[in-house]
Write a protein that binds this ligand. Sequence first.
Ligand code: 13P
Length: 256
Amino acid sequence: MAVDRQKKFSIGNWKMNTDLADALVLSQGVRDGVEGINGVEIILCPPFVWLYPIAETLKHTPKNLSLGAQNMHWQEKGPFTGEVSPMMLQKVVKYVILGHSERRFHFNESDELINDKVQSAFEHGLIPVLCIGERSKTNSGSDEMINQLVRDLNEVSEQNMSNLIVAYEPVWAIGTGDAATAEYAGDVAKKIRRKITELYNEKVAENLPILYGGSVVKSNIAEYMDEPDIDGALVGGASLKINDFVEISKEIGRYR
Ligand code: 13P
């Protein structure tokens, strides 16, 4: 395990969308479309219930395609009705999205809880895709986002930092079509790297993949990838369309 910036990342967060038939068509369509693309790790994050059937159908899939979960509980098992544990996920996925703003704000997930989940993901050999982002466009100082970063990484060891991906997703840009400008997202990514240097050291900061998410589409992905501190994208709506997500992934692959 371990991730670095040699490879770029194209992650599709399907959120609470698709039925089983859609999920199979979408995952197989993406698999066929991305065959032969090098230098980019393509990660599909379907709803929990479709993970296993998709994993089964993608068994002999090219190495550049992996699965991720959209959330998890931090404990292995117990009386937590409706939850899914890292132990259950570790056989099926390599990655897990944690701290998505939809979980923070619709389900009241706190930074303390997200930190527990991040630590648990490491303990179970899963790579967290930690999402952070400010709610208000006018709060472009992004203190809220930096505070999330610091709290969510509480007591994360330097060693585990090489098993982490950070996704900067300004809440106001998610699903709105009001994407952050590439320059703005690039500056925030630089700011995140500076904070990681302060918390750890330059080597850790330089090795950390930082993605942008929020209204990414095939016509704007290149602008983000032109930013030296952005290593890929976390895509919502556009990841539900085979052709759009394949095009986005191909474009990301051009920047390795
Ligand atoms: P959209 O790409 O639909 O804006 O969603 C972004 C997102 O929340 C991905 O996690």
